[in-house]
Design a protein around this ligand. Structure first.
Ligand code: MRU
Length: 372
């Protein structure tokens, strides 16, 4: 198996030097293979997001921002070869990019960071474009502005992870047992991660924790990625099946739960990987604090409550046969395979953002964090 030495500094998503491709580490193959993919076309980009080759809400956002930049640069290359009078107007260029952005957005509907990043890059494009009365800015100028914005989103994510990690570290004591669900580590973000941030930052500062990682059925992000990242960083990690969390809590092994998020509604209801809400219910029963860690870009002002969050439904084959040598269920058995669930805000102790620790009432603390 290939090993990455410093998982806090992974290059999971980046722009190729010529700006004409996004390079991603294919997370669907981990941990047995470390392979990179170069995404040049919209179809490849949508496929990579849909099939979780790039995954984790912040990483999906960064990837989408770079995808927009690459698509814009490629259109501007073609425009540059035309004579001045044949070139498309700024408005037509923006329309083309808007359509590309809409296709990227629907490749995974729950993680709001995807739409947020596409919209940010489109806003930068619109500001760079000439208004109707002025001279054309031109495709290459707009594409450059989109690239600058994508790099900014990536840079911000790096500092956001560090800030979340620092706030999260204040909430636990050396030696604590921490349960996490799915993967919200460096590979799902840019550096440190969100839910794994305090653990990895703690490790750097010589503070050790005992981490329990839910395997996370059906796509096994906990087994394949969280266990891999934490082991590579030298963290004490124990892998458990999702249905073992209650026993680990009852045994007194867990002092806190740290999970990531894909979308946070304004009342604090939080969408995260399927199974997260069950962990929160258990934590409440055993009196264990349940913390959600994520950037303010995951807070969606358009969602008043969790009922407004769209939940992605995925293929039954992920339950019936994926990761098994042969199908483990009757071939045509009916399956229900939501990729995410919503944890009710009443089960959440605090939401840790890069702007600070938000506690109930979340309507007030989340609003304040987004306005900072
Ligand atoms: O389907 P995935 O693997 O993209 O789901 C990922 C999660 O649910 C993460 O917890 C969330 O995106 C936060 S990543 C920092």
């Amino acid at each position: 198996m290939n090993k990455i030495k410093t998982v806090t500094h992974v290059n999971n998503v980046r722009l190729r030097q010529d700006g004409r491709a996004v390079i991603i580490l294919d997370q669907s193959l981990l941990p047995s293979k470390t392979e990179y993919l170069e995404l040049e076309k919209l179809e490849q980009m949508c496929d990579a997001i849909f099939h979780l080759k790039v995954r984790g809400a912040p990483a999906i956002g960064i990837c989408a921002a770079y995808c927009m930049s690459v698509l814009a640069a490629r259109i501007s290359d073609v425009e540059g070869m035309k004579s001045c009078c044949d070139r498309i107007s700024d408005k037509n260029f923006l329309d083309m990019m808007q359509k590309n952005g809409e296709k990227l957005k629907v490749s995974r509907p729950t993680a709001v960071n995807l739409a947020w990043a596409v919209d940010r890059v489109m806003d930068a494009a619109a500001s760079a474009a000439g208004d109707e009365d002025s001279l054309q800015a031109g495709a290459s100028t707009i594409a450059e502005a989109m690239c600058t914005e994508a790099v900014k989103i990536h840079d911000e994510d790096i500092s956001m992870c560090k800030a979340i990690a620092e706030y999260g570290l204040e909430l636990v004591n050396p030696g604590d047992g921490i349960l996490t669900h799915c993967n919200a580590g460096p590979l799902a973000t840019s550096r440190y991660g969100t839910a794994l941030g305090p653990i990895l930052l703690g490790k750097e500062k010589g503070i050790d924790f005992k981490v329990f990682a839910d395997e996370t059925r059906p796509l096994l992000q906990g087994a394949r990625i969280t266990a891999y990242e934490l082991m590579n960083a030298g963290v004490d990690v124990t892998l458990i099946c999702d249905n073992m969390a209650s026993m680990a809590m009852k045994n007194g092994w867990i002092q806190a739960c740290f999970v990531g998020c894909d979308r946070v509604a304004m009342n604090g209801d939080t969408a995260n990987k399927i199974g997260t809400s069950g962990v929160a219910v258990l934590a409440k029963h055993y009196g264990i604090p349940f913390y959600v860690l994520g950037p303010t870009s995951t807070i969606d002002p358009r969602c008043a409550t969790g009922d407004d969050i769209p939940i992605e439904l995925r293929s039954p084959d992920e339950i019936r046969e994926k990761y098994f040598a042969e199908s483990v269920a009757p071939e045509d058995v009916k399956c229900f395979n939501p990729a995410f669930d919503v944890t009710d805000h009443t089960l959440i102790t605090a939401i840790i953002t890069e702007k600070g620790i938000c506690r109930p009432p979340f309507e007030i603390s989340l609003k304040a964090a987004t306005e900072k």
